[in-house]
Design a protein around this ligand. Structure first.
Ligand code: FES
Length: 69
């Protein structure tokens, strides 16, 4: 599950989800392994991509955690 992914990737979860999933922050930014990224149930919306652009250390496999839970 997603928590395993977070632990596996050693993401710093301090302040995770500051906006409670309303796409108003990027504290839930996650960088997935390619294999996990491909398993995600839905592609990012334009709103998610806009917010991801503001995220620190953006990767090809970046998503906002609140949008993939
Ligand atoms: Fe703020 Fe995900 S919790 S964008």
């Amino acid at each position: 599950n997603l928590l395993d992914v977070i632990i596996e990737n050693s993401v710093d979860v301090d302040g995770f989800g500051a906006c409670e999933g309303t796409l108003a922050c990027s504290t839930c930014h996650l960088i997935f392994k390619q294999t996990d990224f491909e398993q995600l149930p839905s592609p990012p919306t334009d709103e998610e991509l806009d917010m991801l652009d503001l995220a620190f250390d953006l990767h090809e496999t970046s998503r906002l955690g609140c949008q993939v839970i």
